[in-house]
Design a protein around this ligand. Structure first.
Ligand code: G4P
Length: 524
């Protein structure tokens, strides 16, 4: 096997999808611990700081620094190179969170056993579904009294429309939590609160083994009944069904107590996909194609107006990236060269000489790169699948200093290129409307417009809840627009977008206009 194929096969690039407080940070910390990654405590502390961030401006700056540091956390485990891409979920929830999921090969979904499937998980799952991203599920906090495990599995299937395949089964929960039975390994893993080491496990090939009664007392029979029940309901795990996004293997555990995490990680490296080939506008680029290619899914700007440089996060999709070698930005036709590309290993950033498919690298940019850009050193093509996502919060921009109109326009344009917000223009008055998926983004924009562009503006809340890109024949679109003028904007590419006041009004329009296609993302 050549160098490229070897490196591809040992890479795993994934994101964690969860609702705030389900345990994503705690699980990440434990995974990094297994990988022997250093400065883990720092990562957690930083996350906590961002979690409790107010809209205070100092906090915004602090938070931006933190999110660069934790954007990508790479580590080695059993000779696998694992890249965890951060999917911010608290106040810093934004379109970046969605876009990050376009750069992963698989995801781990963390659910709080006391809460079940919550709102943000649902939204992130929709994004995963766009590319049939394989998902493993970790049901967390079994040390607390939570929902019944069967109820939790039903909830996943009902709400998320994905079939479940339990890989382990909990023995009790909360105070009576004894551990899990691994259906894959046929072993009992015994729970010990606050364990620093791996949990003790005992092979139980036959559930009628009296050893089970010795270990579990009166909970042994309950486990036997449970296993009989679930074996009848759920077919056994099939790797292909997981890889095509049809089923999700489910683990039970407690991240805080380091319980069930290693089993999850071992199964993850065994079954999760290495970097995959990617769709482009003209076909598919094979991951082991020798020429380098990648796309930009996130941009971080330096907030210091004296240094308006940025870091572009590039996901490598094929070939080998080499420091200092020329590559092409297909959108602009410009040739670019990066002398200080960085890799992200846990908390540390370091300059790299080479990077491989699945890796995320940071490229220093002075304004040549936009989100969604394709970089390549081979033939010219554009990657698909890095769309804009439907915002849920909208504000009209009111310029408070007419002398600074130019600065305001430039600032908004650059901030939208960085993906901080989307800018739309009303078709009736050509007024600027900003759309985001997280409220904090508006504070960030206002602060940055003031600090970096010296533009002052006010945001007036608009009562829209969803935006949909409209597709259809020119005639049908024009006829719809003439009826709904006040709800129509154009995006930066001049595409028509319908802003809906409620989900109900959107559903009504979808029903009444069957020849039109209302899309939640900007891409076909
Ligand atoms: P997030 O990144 O998904 O938002 O969640 P995070 O890991 O920050 O965890 C949210 C809270 O849940 C934390 O408590 C954390 O300690 C707790 N937690 C995580 N895993 C488990 C678990 O397996 N069992 C129990 N009982 N709790 C768990 P906190 O009080 O918000 O923070 P802290 O003061 O404990 O740091």
């Amino acid at each position: 096997m050549n160098e490229l194929n070897q490196e591809i096969n040992r890479r795993r690039t994934f994101g964690i999808i969860s609702h705030p407080d389900a345990g994503k940070t705690t699980l990440t910390e434990k995974l990094l611990l297994f990988g022997g990654a250093i400065q883990v405590a720092g990562a957690i502390k930083a996350k906590k700081a961002s979690k409790h961030a107010t809209s205070d401006f100092m906090e915004i700056e602090k938070q931006r620094g933190i999110s660069v540091a934790t954007s990508v956390m790479g580590f080695y485990y059993n000779d696998y190179k694992i890249n965890i891409l951060d999917t911010p979920g608290h106040k810093d929830f934004s379109e970046d969170t969605y876009r990050t999921l376009t750069a992963v090969d698989s995801a781990i979904m963390v659910l709080d056993s006391t809460k079940g499937v919550e709102g943000q998980t649902h939204k992130l799952m929709e994004v995963c579904r766009m590319r049939n991203t394989p998902i493993m599920t970790f049901i967390n906090k079994l040390d607390r009294d939570g929902k019944d495990p069967i109820e939790l599995l039903d909830e996943i299937e009902d709400k998320l429309q994905i079939q479940v395949r339990p890989m382990s089964w909990p023995i009790g929960m909360g105070k009576s939590f004894k551990g899990v039975y691994s259906l894959l390994e046929k072993r009992i893993f015994l729970f010990k609160p606050h364990a620093k080491q791996d949990s003790q496990s005992i092979e139980i090939n036959n559930l009628n083994d009296p050893l089970l009664d010795e270990l579990l007392d009166d909970q042994a029979n309950q486990l036997r009944d449970d296993i009989e029940l679930i074996s009848g309901v759920y077919p056994s795990f099939n790797a292909d069904d997981y890889l095509t996004g049809l089923t999700t293997p489910v683990f039970f555990g407690s991240a805080l107590n380091n319980f069930g995490v290693r089993e999850l990680l071992d199964c993850f490296i065994q079954y999760s996909p290495p970097p995959q080939s990617r769709k482009t506008e003209t076909g598919t680029i094979s991951v082991d194609e020798p020429t380098f290619s990648g796309f930009v899914f996130k941009i971080h700007a330096n907030m210091d107006p004296k240094h308006r440089d940025r870091i572009a996060f590039l996901r490598i999709c094929s070939g080998i990236f080499e420091r200092g070698k020329k590559c092409l930005n297909v959108r602009t036709g410009k040739s670019l060269k990066f002398s200080t590309p960085t890799a992200f290993m846990a908390q540390e950033k370091s300059i790299i000489e080479k990077a491989y498919p699945g890796d995320i690298i940071g490229l220093h940019d002075t304004g040549n790169i936009k989100i969604g850009d394709t970089l390549t050193d081979g033939k010219s093509f554009l990657f698909k699948g890095i769309p804009n996502f439907s915002p849920e919060l909208f504000r009209r921009v009111v310029n408070l200093d007419p002398l600074k109109t130019k600065q305001l326009t430039k600032g908004l344009q650059q901030l939208s290129e960085e993906g901080v917000a989307q800018v739309f223009y009303t078709i009736t008055e050509n007024k600027q409307v900003l759309g985001t998926v997280g409220a904090l983004q508006f504070d960030v924009i206002q602060y940055r417009l003031d600090k970096e562009y010296r533009a002052t503006c006010r945001f007036d809340t608009l009562d829209y809840k969803r935006a949909c890109w409209i597709r259809g024949t020119t005639q049908d679109i024009e006829s719809f627009i003439s009826k709904r003028k006040n709800n129509i904007c154009t995006d930066v590419n001049g595409d028509y977008v319908y802003l809906a006041e409620t989900q109900w009004s959107l559903d009504r329009e979808i029903k009444e206009n069957p020849t039109l296609n209302f899309r939640y993302t900007s891409e076909e």
